[in-house]
Design a protein around this ligand. Structure first.
Ligand code: T4K
Length: 377
């Protein structure tokens, strides 16, 4: 196989999907006419309604980004003390806890899909625990039933970081309907993007109103501030762009599925390479394509494969390495002690996410798999 087709054109882990330029300029024309740029304008309102319908959720409040949505979710539920969370995520998950002056407590992940292990969550509960913040890593659903059972038993709130889980359904029900709140990210690198953006999904109108107040400085009417809110509003340009994206996202997910199947066909069964199987009852979004490389069986380490791909201008990513608990900011926490999170510590050394995005052509997938195969020959 020829391995040099892309020598001059890098293949990144992802590439954002953009709506047709002409459609966006038409929206911009309207915004220029409205002279309404932010603070819950007409596009913002229309987008919230449209996206709630698309996702199959009752209430949603859109944000300027996912991190501020996480920070605000903890405020909305008045979380204090300790929050049990996963070390195997993007660092924003734990940062949102820290920014609220709450102590993050790391619990280990389960070995199949790398989500928080409910048994380990239960073992980490103390009198200071007030909430659990799991992540649906790579869009694969957590064990929502068990986590809810633990939350109910111990009187804890459950806030899902669903940044990777746009459009994911389990048994035909949006995964976002689980927990007290679920948070989305619409960052450029996500399945659905509004350039930057995010959202909180909630289950009743009162909670939506509280979240809407909090993202707008705590304003409840012209002269009333009900809490020390923040500025986390999505602007009209992002909302208009998001409305257009909704028309195309199903097609984008369908293309991702084809790419994922191509990777599976090429890499499945390769000695030392483990893939995460799709789950039957789940409508996946194919947001990431993680592989685990067992160096003893494969003959090369994850880092060697990463470097080999890089030599060919293919930029895979080690999502998530290092673990959040291994960063200097958090490694002093008792729950971050080495040996306390054995599964996460193993997975973080073996995992590599391969490029996946709708515009990635199948010949590039062949190329990437060819480089991986050739790295051991
Ligand atoms: N919770 C979880 C579980 C998350 O994964 C994230 C974000 C959050 C919370 C926070 O949500 P936000 O506040 O971000 O809404 C990226 C993203 O910046 C981050 O949003 C994402 N998770 C994380 C997993 O990945 P980086 O540092 O890897 O991104 P970057 O800039 O290196 O981009 C990756 C590649 O994508 C580039 O090499 C090329 C391509 N790219 C990127 C951008 C931004 C493009 O082609 N065009 C672009 O505009 O963090």
């Amino acid at each position: 196989m020829k391995l040099d087709i892309h020598e001059n054109k890098p293949i990144h882990i992802t590439q954002p999907d953009l709506p047709p330029f002409g459609e966006f300029t038409a929206s911009l024309k309207q915004i220029w006419g409205n002279k309404w740029l932010t603070n819950s304008g007409p596009f913002h309102q229309e987008f919230e309604q449209a996206i709630a319908k698309y996702l199959g959720v009752k209430y949603i409040s859109v944000f300027s980004n996912g991190t501020l949505a996480l920070v605000t979710a903890l405020q909305a539920l008045r979380i204090t003390g300790e929050v049990i969370t996963t070390p195997f995520s993007f660092v924003a998950t734990t940062h949102s806890i820290w920014w609220n002056n709450i102590k993050p407590v790391f619990a280990d992940i389960e070995p199949n899909y790398f989500n928080l292990d409910p048994g380990k969550v239960e073992a980490a509960i103390t009198p200071q625990t007030t909430a659990i913040m799991p992540v649906h890593v790579y869009g694969n659903p957590c064990d929502v039933a068990k986590l809810q059972q633990i939350a109910d038993t111990y009187g804890l709130k459950l806030i899902y970081d669903a940044a990777h889980a746009f459009g994911v359904k389990k048994d035909d029900n949006s995964i976002l309907n689980h927990g007290d709140l679920a948070i989305l990210s619409f960052h450029a690198t996500k399945v659905f993007n509004t350039i930057e953006g995010g959202a909180i999904v909630c289950h009743n109108a009162k909670m939506k109103q509280r979240i809407d107040y909090l993202k707008n400085f705590g304003y409840a009417g012209e002269n009333t501030i009900i809490a020390p809110g923040i500025n986390a509003k999505m602007n009209e340009l992002q909302a208009a762009y998001g409305l257009l994206q909704l028309k195309y996202v199903d097609g984008h997910i369908a293309k991702r599925k084809i790419i994922s199947e191509k990777y599976r066909a090429q890499l499945g069964g390769m000695q030392g390479i483990r893939l995460l199987p799709d789950i039957k009852a789940v409508h996946h979004n194919y947001s990431y394509f993680p592989v685990l490389i067992d160096s003893r069986k494969f003959g090369k380490t994850r880092d060697e494969v990463y470097e080999e791909l890089k030599k060919h201008n293919v930029f895979s990513r080690k999502y998530f390495y290092p673990l959040i608990s291994q960063f200097p900011t958090y490694r002093g926490l008792p729950s971050a002690t080495r040996g306390n999170l054995p599964i996460a510590e193993k997975v973080t050394k073996e995992v590599l996410c391969l490029p996946i995005y709708p515009a990635l052509d199948l010949s590039s997938v062949d190329l990437i798999c060819g480089i991986i195969r050739k790295s051991i020959s």
